[in-house]
Design a protein around this ligand. Structure first.
Ligand code: ATP
Ligand code: MG
Length: 395
């Protein structure tokens, strides 16, 4: 019995002339994710990508699991390859679907026939196969409106398949078809979710993390690496830039009013992130901010932060409640890591009474009190660059 995986592309189907570019990127992304599992062949026809293992003993469960996290796929099914001959279809369907059908009470059969030379039409194929499955599994009943499983027989031009379980794909657009952006990632709950959400819209995501040793520990950095690795299961292989931020923070603390510390610090994060972005060909910055969550996430504070940015700033969580953000972080399995208790540089010098309505002129005046350019340059010179690989979990 030969098993394959069928992938239905999602929104790509809506694209016009550049559709094939999207499909090629999607296939490339799938190929990358499966590379370490063995050799696979990818073929594309009629909005379906067929993934065929080219060697025996390939871990198909793992392949399916990985493909479920690839953006651009609406749904996936594991299918059995059958001959274009009804006797073979019946025999293989009974054997291949046994475990699935033993577990359910109702089913229906759907047939798709693009090869019109196949002697039965779709309704005939449905009827025949439905009858034969009922005979083989007498506990089953047909339910055409709300079946527990839908058995599909597809007779295509080059091959034929039978499958029963359609799994939801990750949706979205293939990573990198929208370009590249940098994600300001802390060790918190929000920023990994923000990265996941923008990768879903087709962005390749590069991580930027600010650390302040000795106020922040090695464990805090490892935690961020771990979070980005989990995001990379969806977003693909990436890089994390770790920016030494201690001197900058100390300078801000020494020269600026305490209640403005957070906003000013965030402006410097954005300035530095933007310079890294230009070098890395990133067209936008991504943050995990959500309106009104904390003092630096009010409208006036965001205005002050954005005033130093030329690149667009994407804040996919801006309208989400904490509970909604947590639900996504559980889904992508970052939550448990995010709540590990390590200091973030933001929490190190948090003012007691941060200004929730900062004024841009006052902030700019405060920043003129010190010569920050050499500090920015020094931070950029001492960047650490870490490769994050979806296949290499960090413990
Ligand atoms: P998160 O849960 O992502 O830490 P938060 O609710 O704690 O977010 P803040 O600490 O105010 O909010 O940070 C807002 C955003 O600023 C974060 O979502 C992240 O994008 C960015 N950020 C904060 N700290 C860092 C850091 N140390 N390195 C990089 N980016 C950071
Ligand atoms: Mg935080």
């Amino acid at each position: 019995m030969k098993e394959i995986i069928l992938l239905k592309s999602g929104e790509i189907a809506l694209k016009g002339l550049n559709k094939s570019t999207f499909e090629q990127v999607l296939i490339k992304n799938c190929r990358r994710r499966l590379q370490s599992l063995g050799a696979f062949k990818f073929s594309y026809a009629q909005s379906t990508i067929c993934v065929t293992p080219m060697e025996d003993g390939v871990d198909m469960d793992e392949a399916l699991d990985r493909l479920q996290k690839v953006f651009g796929i609406a749904s996936l099914s594991r299918a059995c390859v059958v001959q274009k001959d009804y006797a073979d279809i019946r025999r293989q369907a009974v054997a291949y679907l046994r475990d699935t059908l033993m577990d359910v009470r109702t089913f229906k059969v759907e047939a798709k026939r693009s090869d019109k030379s196949f002697p039965m039409n779709s309704p005939e194929l449905c009827r025949e196969l439905g009858g034969d499955l009922l005979q083989a599994f007498p506990h089953l009943k047909v339910d055409v409106h709300n079946p527990d499983v839908i058995v599909t027989a597809e007779i295509r031009d080059f091959a034929a398949y039978v499958h029963a379980k359609r799994l939801p794909g990750a949706g979205g657009m293939p990573v990198s078809t929208s370009g590249r952006a940098s994600l300001l990632i802390s060790g918190g709950i929000d920023s990994p979710v923000a990265g996941y959400m923008m990768a879903k819209r087709g962005l390749e995501v590069v991580g930027i993390h600010f650390e302040s040793p000795p106020y922040t520990s090695m464990r805090a950095k490892l935690k961020v690496m771990k979070l980005l690795q989990k995001v990379s299961l969806y977003a693909g292989r990436t890089i994390l830039f770790v920016v030494p931020f201690t001197e900058m923070q100390e300078a801000i603390k020494d020269h600026c009013p305490e209640e403005l510390f957070t906003v000013i610090m965030r402006r410097f994060m954005m300035r530095i992130a933007q310079r890294i972005s230009y070098k890395q060909n990133c067209g936008a910055l991504i943050t995990g901010e959500s309106l009104a969550q904390v003092a630096s996430q009010t409208m006036p504070a965001i205005q002050c932060t954005d005033a130093v940015c030329d690149l667009p700033v994407f804040r996919p969580l801006i309208g989400m409640d904490k509970g909604e953000i947590v639900a996504v972080s559980r889904k992508i399995d970052t939550f448990e890591t995010s709540i590990e208790p390590y200091e973030d540089c933001c929490t190190v010098f948090t003012p007691k009474h941060p200004r929730t309505r900062p004024k841009l002129e006052i902030i700019e005046e405060a920043e003129r009190k010190f010569d920050f350019e050499p500090l920015i340059e020094k931070a950029l010179e001492n960047l650490e660059m870490i490769t994050i690989d979806p296949e290499k979990p960090i413990y």
